[in-house]
Design a protein around this ligand. Structure first.
Ligand SMILES: Cc1ncc(COP(=O)(O)O)c(C=O)c1O
Length: 304
């Protein structure tokens, strides 16, 4: 195991370690914005495999198989997902893990949202679901989400000895160890009681229902119910090409800009995470701000 300066450094070092110039990395889309950049920084090519709202944004082994070539070196797996909030079930995780193991490729599994699941949905680590991956599996994690400790910059990666050794060598010349005060704080969080985490998860759960209901009340918005993380990822393709008081957004980037100007609500367009036609909204904010934001969105976009 290697302790890193946040989950982000673990993501970077995982790709630096296993990806060589010209390798392909399968990247389920919508994806977190950092992944394709970290893959390119390692000299790899991100190969997007898209799953839409109809699949709850979860890719299948069949889709991965269709995108697989002899240049495929690794698969990025993120459940619960940023940006979609989707959580792969036990069976789905197993199916993806077994497929990857059958190909002998690396799986880089980002588990940073593992404690934030809702509706009784349980997080399954791909390490448990597909033990045969063992020699080709790198797990990434950190304290930023579970303990709301983003600024402490503590993450970690777990994986095969040679991979961890190579990543540690790289890090020793890059940033060396994580500062000891932050490591002590992270240890206290990891070994401490989980009651604060449960309280936070309950608040997220409440806000999650509010945001999904509020978004689905807008004419043309389809928002699957996310069961993890703290994001809603509505499909807004039906709003594109529609006129809103003199403005006709053709892309989700244009729609996001119109929303920012007219509602003064910041949403991230799908273009940041893959194809256009989607928005990412975070519900990690206070109940009152959330209600106010949703009512402004409904005013600008039109309730059903
Ligand atoms: C999926 C995912 N992985 C990793 C990170 C990195 O978090 P940090 O570097 O703050 O630990 C984030 C942060 O947004 C994330 O959403």
């Amino acid at each position: 195991m290697l302790v890193t300066n946040g989950g982000k450094q673990a993501v970077y070092e995982a790709f630096q370690t296993v990806v060589d110039e010209g390798d392909d990395v399968l990247l389920p889309a919508p994806y977190w914005t950092t992944y394709p950049e970290a893959i390119r920084l390692a000299g790899g090519n991100p190969i997007e495999v898209f799953a839409g709202a109809d699949q709850e944004y979860k890719v299948t082994p069949e889709q991965l198989e269709a995108a697989y070539t002899e240049n495929t070196k690794a698969l990025l797996f993120c459940s619960p997902s940023n940006p979609t909030g989707s959580v792969y079930s036990d069976e789905e995780t197993k199916a993806v893990g077994e497929w990857a193991a059958s190909k002998g490729i690396f799986v880089i599994s980002d588990e940073i949202y593992q404690h934030l699941t809702y509706d009784g949905v349980e997080f399954t680590s791909i390490a448990q679901a597909a033990p045969e991956l063992h020699d080709h599996l790198i797990l990434l994690n950190g304290v930023a989400k579970t303990y709301a400790m983003t600024g402490w910059r503590v993450g970690w990666m777990v994986g095969p000895k040679d991979v961890i050794k190579a990543a540690a060598n790289l890090q020793s010349h890059l940033s060396s160890n994580v500062n000891n005060v932050a490591q002590r704080a992270a240890l206290a969080a990891l070994n401490g009681p989980m009651d604060q985490v449960s309280a936070m998860r309950e608040a997220f759960d409440r806000r999650r229902r509010v945001i999904v209901d509020g978004l689905n009340a807008i004419d043309g918005v389809v928002c699957p119910t996310p069961t993890g993380a703290f994001y809603a990822y509505p499909d807004v393709t039906a709003l594109l090409g529609r006129e809103f008081d003199g403005v006709t957004p053709q892309t989700s980037a244009e729609l996001a800009e119109m929303i920012l100007e007219r509602a003064e609500v910041a949403v991230v367009p799908g273009e940041a995470f893959g194809p256009s036609g989607y928005l990412r909204l975070s519900y990690a904010l206070g109940d009152d701000d959330l209600a106010e934001g949703l009512s402004r969105l409904q005013k600008v976009l039109g309730a059903k």
